[in-house]
Design a binder for this molecule. Structure first.
Ligand SMILES: [Zn+2]
Ligand SMILES: [Zn+2]
Length: 339
């Protein structure tokens, strides 16, 4: 099958420019690809980073949007396991080589040729999006589709370290209660962990408890953090601003780990002794594989975990970006397709 779809898309012509609605010819559908009509697409901080070319990897013109929920409208001749009409989600990645060691080990997100959805590929702020079939993850009917978008990038980004590093008996700290952090608190609480939320905003203390945090600490209060020395099995950092890293690392228990998923651009200083003596680690990870996304969606639907969102019609995409950049969004933004 080879479908050609002219889609309507919100296109950024250059870095830091507002997006404008354009007609885009998607060309023939690749044999391994699926085509999806977009119903909802979350707005993630990475969309802003790519729009501003903060990481120096952006390609323009760009169609952003990588937290897509929609229905399959076309299947390439080699697409497997999916049906036309089926509801799927597409996250940060849209394809990988499918033959390297990482792909064959199930770590598609670590493939050297992994294809980000919004860099050199057309994203989800459009009527239609395409991806490799393996990266269109089926959504169970139990999920709240209107709220599921942010799970596909932000959600799995904070879920993956829990899968890798914690047990229900672990003490977990979440640094930063924003788009990523509030989902991290919900996931860690549902896992059964003892959860401490760190936030610089006292206004968020009560909300963090509402998300399931057992304790809330001000991330600006170095004295309070020092009192937690030796406490945490895992700290997940979702912030993109420098913290008192020394105090944070010292709050790790022996064998504890500081795991970074927030793209803080300043280097994190680490004293060798604070790692050596407690046998501690510092690590990071980027989203996760399609299989982990599927597992996360199953866990989220079983535990009724959904992000707290604000919805905008997609036609107000530039206003939605401004809202997210202002730091006032609580806590994720979802754009509803209204073409
Ligand atoms: Zn994202
Ligand atoms: Zn590969």
């Amino acid at each position: 099958m080879n479908t050609t779809t002219k889609c309507q898309a919100w296109v950024a012509k250059a870095a830091k420019r507002p997006m404008a609605l354009e007609t885009v010819d998607l060309g023939p559908l690749g044999a391994e690809d699926v085509e999806v009509v977009v119903e909802y697409c979350g707005l993630c901080h990475s969309d802003i980073s790519v729009l501003h070319n903060d990481w120096g990897i952006s390609q323009f013109p760009a169609i952003l949007g990588h937290e897509v929920v929609g229905r399959i409208t076309g299947l390439g001749s080699n697409a497997k396991g999916l049906k036309v009409g089926q509801r799927v989600g597409i996250g940060w990645n849209s394809g990988s080589c499918m033959h390297c060691h990482q792909c064959m080990s199930g770590d598609h997100h670590l493939c050297p040729q992994v294809q980000p959805t919004i860099v050199g590929h057309r994203g989800g702020f459009a009527t239609h999006i395409r991806s490799h079939w393996a990266f269109a993850v089926p959504l169970t009917e139990k999920l709240n589709f209107a709220e599921a978008g942010p799970l596909l990038c932000g959600g799995v980004t904070v879920f993956a370290p829990l899968v890798m590093y914690v047990k229900p008996t672990s003490r977990v700290g979440i640094l930063g209660i924003g788009g990523l952090g509030h989902m991290a608190v919900k996931f860690a609480a549902a896992y059964g962990c003892d959860v401490t939320a760190f936030t610089s905003s006292e206004k968020k203390f009560d909300e963090a408890k509402g998300f399931g945090a057992n304790h809330v600490v001000s991330s600006k209060d170095s004295e309070a953090i020092k009192k937690l020395t030796g406490s945490f099995d895992l700290l997940i950092s979702t912030v993109n601003v420098p913290l008192d890293w020394d105090a944070m690392i010292n709050s790790l228990a022996p064998k504890g780990r500081l795991h970074v998923v927030g793209a803080v651009l300043e280097p994190i200083p680490v004293a060798a002794f604070s790692l050596i003596m407690g046998q501690r680690s510092v690590s990071g990870s980027p989203t996760a594989s399609p299989a982990t996304i599927e597992m996360m969606l199953d866990f989220a639907s079983r535990h009724n975990i959904a992000p707290q969102t604000e919805h905008f019609p997609m036609s107000q995409i530039n206003e939605a970006f401004a809202r997210l950049e202002s730091g006032k969004a609580r806590y994720r933004i979802v754009l509803d397709a209204d073409f």
